[in-house]
Design a protein. Structure first.
Length: 510
């Protein structure tokens, strides 16, 4: 683990406070939906806020890049009114309120005064984090996923703090870490995985599942990890306030020494920091010094996929990984963690031994299959996970039942949004049959709903297909082939992609 000096060069790290001069005075007496000039003034100020924040964070980012083992001792002043206001406008407008009951619209009506007051409380240490409100969302397997809904001001302060910390940690995180990072989407992770399996000598895939990760994180270890780079005790105390605020459920507030509150704004970054030290750095060293063959690694939050050329490497790594995670209060879900034969030669090798087709594995909503292209070349195929599709269709069915008596154009517009959103994620190469099946089932549910409105309704298949052609998008592939998009994002001639020399492997530039 990294250990740096206790103090940093103030010329580099103790940045000057952002300049507040020139910020237009608030007009509390004016209506927010006022004249065009007032709207223009607000827009101008928001642009000025973003520019001021960007310049300040760029200085932090440059220092973090140049001094890999430096501890940042002066960060707290970067949580400025400009950054808090920028963080507020980045929040979702329709998000569920926390225990304070405040909505985005209510807070925005008196934004200037509220932000100034929040900033003052944060800077003098009077800010207190409120307990998060517990809510549950259904998982595809029928279980309930617990989420922590933070109060609005906690979301603002968390987002602002995360912006400051991201400027540091984005210079440290490794290339195979994809989950919840700026500029890295789920499709970037999927592209990297397919390119890694296709271009490296991968014969075995280890599909790892960390048991209840967000609930098992040791807060003590998390703070120790943060202290490697964050030497400002005020930032650490701020994070500890969120960790110790607790969760409100059925009128009772419970606190714990473990967990990061899955669903909170800060939780994804804290999870990445935890796994960066607990897993990523160790796994990269293992790949460099212990592996006897090719090895690829890809992590999206707590979902980990590792490819190996040699089976013996896979089994050794699994044993070592189990011991490594246990050291940091984590454990593998042995029911979901499995080693399978998968890759370019998996089908031929299994056939030679008299075995069936290679097993499949799932990742980020897709099932991965060893397949062949039309010309007979090895091809990693992706299909939408069947249980996920069924869960989505069930949601559509229930919502159509509530919308049964709405006019056809209203139903059609809503269904267009649903199908368009589904295609935006799932319309990837080799998945055309699945997206076509999804559209077909949506059309069938729409027809059934219309026929349920009246016993005299005679909506035929010809009529429902006419309606579908008018309202629903066609099932067609929207994403490029993984290797094409991967090559654009990580060109092989690029000397540095922020995460070391570029190599073709899972993780992109690695």
């Amino acid at each position: 683990m990294m250990h740096g000096p206790e103090k940093s060069d103030p010329a580099i790290l103790a940045m000057k406070p952002t300049n507040k001069a020139g910020r237009p005075a608030a007009e509390p007496g004016e209506r927010r939906a006022g004249a065009e000039g007032n709207a223009s003034q607000q827009s101008t100020r928001r642009a000025q806020d973003r520019e001021s924040v960007s310049q300040a964070l760029d200085r932090v980012r440059t220092a973090a890049r140049q001094r890999k083992k430096e501890r940042f001792t002066a960060l707290f002043h970067h949580i400025s009114t400009e950054l808090l206001r920028t963080a507020f406008f980045a929040l979702k407008r329709n998000a569920a309120p926390g225990v304070d009951g405040l909505t985005w619209q209510t807070y925005e009506a008196d934004l200037d005064r509220r932000i100034e007051d929040l900033h003052a409380r944060v800077q003098r240490g009077a800010y207190r984090a409120l307990p998060s409100r517990r809510r549950y969302i259904p998982k595809p397997d029928g279980r309930q996923r617990p989420l922590a809904v933070a109060a609005l001001e906690d979301k603002i302060v968390q987002r602002a703090t995360v912006a400051v910390l991201n400027a540091i940690y984005e210079e440290d995180f490794l290339g195979f870490s994809y989950g919840f990072r700026p500029g890295r989407s789920q499709h970037d992770a999927l592209d990297a995985l397919i390119v890694g399996i296709s271009h490296k000598r991968v014969n075995h895939v280890l599909d790892c599942d960390i048991r209840s990760f967000f609930d098992a994180v040791s807060q003590e270890w998390l703070v120790r990890f943060l202290n490697h780079r964050i030497g400002d005790p005020r930032i650490i105390r701020l994070i500890q306030k969120w960790l110790k605020a607790g969760v409100l459920e059925d009128g009772v507030v419970t606190t714990s020494e473990v967990g990061t509150g899955q669903g909170s704004v800060a939780s994804p970054l804290l999870a990445n920091v935890y796994l960066h030290y607990a897993f990523d750095l160790w796994a990269e060293r293992w790949r460099q010094h212990e592996a006897t063959g090719d090895m690829i690694i890809l992590r999206f939050a707590d979902d980990i996929i590792i490819g190996f050329e040699q089976e013996i490497d896979a089994r050794r790594f699994l044993d070592a990984m189990r011991a490594r995670l246990e050291k940091f209060a984590l454990g593998l879900n042995l029911e979901k963690t499995r080693l399978i034969e998968f890759g370019r030669y998996a089908a031929a090798n299994r056939k030679r031994r008299g075995l069936g087709k290679p097993a499949t594995f799932t990742f980020l909503g897709f099932t991965f299959i060893c397949g062949r292209s039309r010309r007979g070349y090895f091809l990693v195929k992706r299909k939408s996970r069947l249980e996920r599709m069924r869960a989505k269709l069930h949601e559509v069915k229930e919502e159509l039942r509530r919308r049964m008596h709405q006019p056809l154009p209203v139903q059609g517009l809503w269904l267009r949004q649903v199908v368009t959103g589904y295609f935006a994620y799932h319309a990837v190469p080799t998945n055309s049959r699945s997206i076509a099946a999804f559209r077909h089932h949506v059309i069938g549910l729409w027809r059934r709903t219309l026929r349920s409105r009246s016993q005299k309704d005679d909506t035929t298949w010809d009529r429902i297909h006419t309606l579908a052609d008018a309202w629903l998008p066609k099932a067609r592939i929207l994403h490029p082939w993984p290797s094409e998009r991967f090559a654009v994002k990580y060109p092989r001639w690029e000397p540095d992609a922020r995460i070391g020399p570029v190599r073709i492997c899972a993780g992109g530039a690695q």
